[in-house]
Design a protein around this ligand. Structure first.
Ligand code: NDP
Length: 328
């Protein structure tokens, strides 16, 4: 038996509890992992609270990522004792996820945990941090360079935003952080942001073309914020869009794209091919200072504490990352 968060759906609605689960109930897969740590991402918040239908099968163990040690494997790439990390692939949505002491899944989905990180640190990064790295890779691979101007990061005190600030600063960029939490100015400046703007200045409908400011943007927010960010991006700049904290809508015009050559770069972490994952995790291993990582850990929580924390996360009350020690 092992412990895990179990989401169920009954006629009365969704139930969530920390349950004792028999190993025989684990889903099919050629690798079994003893999970050390998981984390709470925005999507896990949606799954646990049931506020958006991200769970496609019940009962479900949520948790779109984890780090741990292989305990059994019939997959050619993995053997008992290997340290691994998992992000996405529909885990925690359609296949049992990481908010449990054990996981069984397809070994093709795993990558080796970079030696630079412990399981706890990998989950302080989590899918949010790995997505931040995908966004930075998207801008850099597109050709955006530090001497071209400032980079805007939206949702800056969140998981994606915090790690994006750290990675961009390390890569030499000047970063402006947009946040709704004026009280977190010193947190963002400690991460390396050069200045802060109030997210309210980006949140409302604006003109299709505005004064050019950003060489690039990492946007975790969507909706009017993404539209305004595109409208303020400089000629031939690029915007990496990965999130929808404000909304999934994109009430824009084509003007920034056809008159300023602005590129909108979509970033998906869930089905990203292995080559992109490895590039992102290599960037994290190379550029993320482990002591800086401690600053983005909001707190370390147990499986039971993860349930109420999911609501707090969705209300935007959490600064940085929540690491879940599944054995606590
Ligand atoms: P968090 O909840 O940690 O951070 C989101 C941040 O967005 C908040 O901290 C807040 O920052 C800001 N925010 C919240 N509500 C609003 C609002 N109404 N308007 C404007 N800003 C708001 O989430 P993550 O960082 O983990 O994820 C961010 C987004 O990225 C989510 O939408 C998530 O679903 C998406 N995502 C996408 C992935 C992909 O594969 N494409 C992978 C991972 C995440 P502040 O207070 O500083 O303004």
């Amino acid at each position: 038996m092992f412990s895990g968060i179990l989401i169920n759906k009954t006629d009365a609605g969704q139930t969530v509890e920390v349950a004792k689960i028999d190993e025989s109930q684990l889903p099919e897969g050629n690798v079994t992992v003893d999970v050390d740590c998981s984390t709470l991402n925005y999507k896990d918040g949606l799954a646990i609270t049931g506020s958006s239908p991200v769970v496609r099968k019940f009962p479900m163990v949520p948790g779109i990522d984890f780090a741990g040690v292989v305990s059994e494997s019939s997959h050619p790439d993995w053997k008992r004792g290997d340290r691994v990390v998992l992000n996405g692939w529909g885990v925690g949505e359609g296949h049992w996820g990481g908010l449990a002491q054990k996981a069984r899944l397809n070994g093709d989905w795993l990558i080796a945990l970079p030696k630079a990180f412990t399981s706890r640190q990998a989950m302080a990064i989590g899918t949010a941090g790995y997505t931040a790295a995908l966004c930075v890779d998207a801008l850099v691979n597109y050709g955006i360079k530090p001497d071209q101007g400032e980079i805007l990061v939206t949702g800056a005190t969140g998981g994606v935003g915090s790690v994006a600030v750290l990675l961009l600063v390390k890569a030499g960029f000047t970063v402006v952080a947009a946040t709704g939490k004026a009280s977190e100015e010193s947190y963002l400046k400690d991460l390396g942001a050069s200045s802060i703007i109030d997210r309210a200045t980006l949140a409302e409908k604006g003109k299709p073309l505005q004064k050019e400011r950003w060489a690039g943007v990492v946007d975790a927010v969507g909706s009017h914020t993404l539209v305004n960010a595109c409208a303020q991006t400089r000629y031939c700049g690029a915007v990496a869009a990965c999130g929808l904290a404000q909304g999934a809508d994109f009430p824009s015009t084509v003007m920034p794209f056809i008159l300023r050559g602005v590129a909108l770069l979509g970033v998906d972490s869930v089905m990203a091919p292995k080559s992109r994952r490895l590039q992102a995790w290599n960037r994290l291993a190379k550029d993320l200072d482990v002591s800086a990582l401690e600053a983005v850990i909001a707190r370390e929580i147990s499986l039971a504490e993860a349930i109420p924390a999911a609501s707090e996360l969705l209300q935007g009350k959490i600064r940085g990352r929540l690491v879940v020690d599944v054995n606590k």
